[in-house]
Write a protein that binds this ligand. Sequence first.
Ligand SMILES: [Zn+2]
Length: 431
Amino acid sequence: MFLWKVLWNPQDYALAIVEHPPLGAVTLWLMILAAFWVLIVEALHTKAGAQRNLTGFRSALIGVPPMLLAVGLLLTFLTLGMMRWIGHPLSFEALFCLLAFALAPKYVHWMGFPLREISRPALYIWRTLSAVFLLAIAVRLWETFRAAAHLPGWQTLLAIAPALASLLAVSLMEIFLKPTTLRAAYSWRRARGKRVVVFYPPGKAAADAEAMAKESDALVGQIEQFLEVRPLAFRIEVFLFESPEDMRRLLQVKHRLAHGYAYNDHIGLLYDSWSEIKDTVAHEITHTVVMQRLHKHLMPLLNEGLAEYGETQTGGSATASICIPLSLSTLAHPGVFYDWQEIEAPDYSPGAKYAHAAALVDYLIGRYGMNKFKELCLQTAYDSQQNRAAQFHKAVVEIYGISLQNLEIDWRREWIGSGQIEFALDLPDAR
Ligand SMILES: [Zn+2]
């Protein structure tokens, strides 16, 4: 009750602090202790020999209170200077506490931060609330300082000016900060399926989007089945962009635009009729399922080959063709495989690389089975910069009991033997 009273009506408490400096000092020290509490606990934890492995949320939890304290101290010094100049000195502790209580709504406001990432309408609601909070804090600063220091109006305005100006700057920055999720970055329409949610641009037919959601549901099931993995526990978000410009801007793509993109829990591609986008959707969903169920960073050669394989397994028609003279050992390097992202005119088109990778994956799974292939994916996946070719050689010997060179010779021979040799370098673009 006391805390509620203090937070809701800080003027009384502020007056008490001004009149009883020790109360201000105690409050200040409690606040400092609270701000550093997590740091202290963390330090004791580390001293006790515990492993330090901070997640983003925990490090934010630890970092924010001291940061707020630093900002609070800075504001106090600024206001202290202003009060002295006006000729109404207050003790440092009293001022700090006055500011802390007057700014209390800001904490509530920060807790509402996740709202801005949910959707476009939620972002607008958050922005409106931000403006309301800002107004509430301004009124509260005004009332608190008038009550605490018995200042006339213009002097109150001067006294709160530094705090108010800083708050205004921070709040405006927050209000115009771009949301970090795709959901909130654009005015999407939604179509919910059982396994996916399709986000499509306004102006497109809802019935089409719903049909796409249904078709995508089926794709997710098929992909999980051929990969022999547990079903995902969430709906994959499928973002269909209105134009290449929107796609580039919203996905923040700098290199040459691919047909589609896959992330941890969502995929993105251009809006078109289902028959036009089906293969790309299957390709990207395969990437996402692989990221969730196998590994986040597969070797690109295997990753793209597997995604192309996903297209054919779901009834699509990805081209599989041995069409690159470079050795598998060379193509194991991401910089070589994805060179089209960096240079304008690569020696081999992205489409040729993908078809080549598809032919390899098709051969490996067809001949040795999915389990061994998954093992190969895991052993050649990477978390840091390593010698990929060496890793690839080692894994192939361990899993297939054959050297990478011999595997490549067998593969190329079999392909030629089956009459499927093709040197089509002018293949569709990458995804
Ligand atoms: Zn891909």
